[in-house]
Design a protein. Structure first.
Length: 387
């Protein structure tokens, strides 16, 4: 579902416009490079189709004219990472001024109510992204701080606060613009890589609300049809996961994992049979994971001699980041494995992981007896089992 809309997410913004069968886009780029071409591409459900291109004048001006019979999404693009997404409607006459290196944030733009609405959203989202991105810098500045766990706790609280703020803003934005295609775009924005503003599991009613409204107003729009199909898939997936989670709590066997350790040795999850095992999924870039690691250290120190083991699987992007996280958080005592494939790791679909940290407590036979135990919950559960 998300992959089909990834083209929206790269921009962080989608713009709109509309009224005769010809839409016109004219603009001025400030400080353009000589000989620059600007491109117009149509965004279809499964692909981008290049439809026109012009050379920007020495003064930075450009103009496109495009026959548009129905509201359609287009990208105005300079490079793969520098573009503005628009929704053109019949009769749109968009004029804009923007810096050459930041098409997504025009200095001025008029001629389309929908476009102006999306620009408004984009600037609010950019503010949230800026605040969110400062947290990693703060963490790195405190990496050797003996009070790191307290710093991480504070950062986690701040991150959740920023996410809640933009989530609330987005819901209000959707409610105010429910009959506009801008509401569809708002469903798929990110505040950081793989950190979505709207969560299908928590905000499903808004996905359904947008789907219902746009199906009435744009029943033949290809993207609206695609959204509707995806909502059906999402609803079924959520129901299936709920059923699977319920059955997992009844003693299902944890699927086998066989991945390399930092030393290059392949270690199977099944090799831990005979012990009570916490199967924990984490990553060094995940602040909530780092916050939880001291609790794992405490639990391990208390119960490792009584038959407790931790099998920790990293979703890191690089081995260096992974091993540094292990060392910095003093996690060397237990088992670590990873294919360092980030969200492409083989364990993600195997365990249906949607966020981290995620963990499963396994009995001595490798069967799941609990999941997502945090802090003192883990210690209490281990006390019940091992004392």
């Amino acid at each position: 579902m998300i992959k089909k809309f990834s083209l929206f997410l790269l921009s962080g913004v989608i713009l709109f416009g509309c009224k005769s069968n010809v839409a016109e886009i004219s603009g001025t780029l400030m400080k353009p490079a000589a000989g620059t071409y600007i491109y117009l591409e149509e965004l279809q459900p499964e692909q981008l189709k290049k439809v026109d291109s012009v050379m920007v004048s020495p003064q930075g001006t450009f103009t496109f004219k495009r026959e548009v019979k129905n509201p359609s999404f287009y990208l105005l693009k300079l490079t793969e990472n520098n573009f503005l997404t628009m929704l053109l409607e019949p009769g749109d006459n968009i004029s804009m001024n923007t810096y050459y290196d930041s098409l997504s944030y025009p200095v001025t733009l008029k001629g389309s109510e929908g476009t102006e609405l999306m620009v408004e959203y984009n600037f609010n989202l950019r503010g949230a992204i800026k605040k969110f991105s400062t947290l990693n810098s703060i963490y790195m500045d405190n990496i050797n701080n003996p009070e790191l766990s307290k710093v991480v706790e504070s950062l986690d609280s701040m991150a959740q606060s920023y996410l809640n703020e933009i989530n609330t803003y987005t819901k209000n934005y959707i409610d105010k613009n429910l009959t506009s295609l801008v509401s569809l775009v708002a469903l798929y924005q990110q505040i950081a890589p793989n950190v979505y503003v709207m969560s299908p599991s928590q905000d499903m009613k808004y996905f359904v609300k947008v789907d219902s409204s746009l199906n009435v107003n744009y029943p033949e729009n290809a993207l609206v049809v695609s959204l509707h199909d995806q909502i059906q898939e999402m609803s079924a997936s959520i129901e299936n996961r709920a059923a699977e989670t319920a059955s997992a709590g009844e003693g299902s066997e944890a699927p086998e994992i066989s991945l390399p350790s930092p030393e290059g040795d392949t270690i199977r999850l099944s090799s831990t049979r005979g012990k009570v095992v916490l199967l924990d999924f984490w990553a060094s870039w995940c602040l909530p994971c780092r916050k939880e690691n001291p609790n794992l250290v405490k639990a391990y120190n208390l119960y490792s001699k009584k038959g407790f083991q931790i099998y920790q699987v990293s979703l890191d992007k690089t081995k260096d980041a992974w091993t540094k996280g292990i060392k910095d958080d003093q996690l060397e005592k237990w088992i670590h494995v990873s294919d360092v494939q980030y969200w492409n790791s083989v364990v993600v679909p195997l365990y249906k992981i949607e966020s981290i940290p995620t963990n499963f407590l396994l009995d001595k036979n490798g069967r799941i007896i609990a999941s997502n135990l945090r802090g003192e919950q883990l210690v209490k559960k281990l006390s019940e089992i091992l004392n």
